[in-house]
Design a protein around this ligand. Structure first.
Ligand code: CP3
Length: 345
């Protein structure tokens, strides 16, 4: 097993941490914008296997990241369950809402999802053929809670208010949504692995708005069930969990869910992560993505600080959240050079 990402995920402390970046294929890259224009719009790009593979490969060619992440979106799964999905320019995703038993009953069943998602599996197959042999291919899905927040509100929300309201007012429908998403996420990730994904990541971008028992029931438990199902079918495939902004709930998350690695946002310090989370295994993170916009000495200093703080255990260098469209592509190269400075690779 020579791929650096797989070694780190297996618990090895490497001299230089492997690197990839959330949203590494994205609008900050001129070549991405050109391919997206060729596809027509974002969703057409996701479902065009050749072009989706092309944009996945673009940051690998430009920067030589240690991992490629499948180009797709967490909201394709609810779309495959029958939800209407579209993107409003400059505003983000919009969906038909699911908040009543009647609306829930209209959704398709787990076994129907592949009909819509087949082009995504084809993207994975193309990537396994075309990626350099040292590059790890990461598949992904949204976590049930995060995907549910979009299905319930019909859009992105600052405080996930509509999902919290449904959880309080109609627990039966809310729980059915979480359970359907949990089961379909297992099948979606399994199909990505069958097509060639070597690692899978579960994005729980809104985990931080769950506290106490709710965090346990709707962030931790679904991640545990998904991880257990994946591990029972594919014992050697590593799972990365990203309960974003979980704060103190990051502690013990890997042990409780069975995940091989916890991805960490930048609301906690790398020193805290080393003491509290990395003690249980591999961590990924956690440079603030704003440094990709502002650059300069602060970018170099902060990158060095994170590498140093996490150098005594398994670590995959990454941002705390996705790179933004206003980032300067040159700053990405500076980050990579800083992480790899002094190493032979
Ligand atoms: O990381 C990668 O490069 C892989 C591809 C990927 C995308 N979205 C592509 C994308 C992944 C892993 C995601 C995950 C995703 N999608 C999440 C979880 C991670 C996170 O960012 O918190 C969420 C919440 C979504 C839902 C989503 N998709 C939103 C809210 C938006 C609009 C916001 C924005 O940045 O415009 C998207 C669109 C989206 N997904 C883009 C990309 C590259 C931008 C689309 C474009 O080209 O216009």
């Amino acid at each position: 097993m020579t791929k650096k990402i797989l070694r780190a995920l297996a618990g090895e402390t490497l001299e230089t941490p492997p690197i990839w970046m959330m949203r590494q294929a994205g609008r900050y890259l001129p070549e991405y914008r050109a391919t997206r224009a060729q596809a027509g719009d974002f969703l057409s790009l996701c479902y065009n296997s050749e072009l989706a593979a092309e944009v996945t490969l673009q940051p690998i060619r430009r920067y030589g990241f240690d991992a490629a992440i499948l180009f797709a979106d967490i909201l394709l799964l609810p779309q495959a369950l029958g939800v209407d999905l579209w993107f409003e320019t400059g505003e983000g995703p919009r969906m038909s809402t699911t908040t009543t038993q009647a609306e829930f009953d209209q959704l398709r069943s787990v076994s129907d999802i592949h009909e819509t998602l087949n082009p995504i599996y084809e993207t994975v197959r193309i990537l396994r053929r075309e990626l350099p042999q040292e590059t790890t291919l990461i598949g992904f899905a949204g976590a049930p809670w995060t995907v549910a927040t979009y299905m319930i509100a019909g859009r992105g929300t600052k405080d996930q208010g509509p999902a919290h309201a449904l959880k309080a007012e109609n627990r039966a429908v809310f729980s059915q949504i979480i359970d359907l998403l949990t089961q379909s996420t297992i099948e979606y990730l399994a199909a990505q692995i069958d097509a060639g994904a070597e690692v899978v990541k579960i994005f729980d971008s809104w985990a931080g708005s769950l506290t106490g028992q709710d965090f346990h029931d709707f962030a931790l438990e679904p991640a545990r069930k998904i991880t257990a199902a994946i591990k029972s079918r594919y014992p050697t495939v590593p799972v990365i969990a990203f309960p974003r902004e979980a704060k103190e709930n990051y502690i013990g998350f890997a042990k409780a869910t069975g995940a091989d690695c916890v991805a960490i946002d930048n609301s906690v310090s790398a020193e805290w992560v080393a003491q509290n989370v990395q003690v249980d295994g591999c961590v990924q993170g956690n440079l603030a993505s704003s440094h990709m916009v502002t650059g300069g000495q602060a970018l170099v200093d902060e990158t060095r600080r994170i590498v140093r703080a996490l150098s005594n255990g398994p670590h995959i260098f990454n941002l705390g959240h996705g790179i933004t469209p206003d980032a300067d592509p040159d700053n990405v190269q500076i980050m990579i050079d800083t992480v790899r400075e002094g190493s032979a690779v």
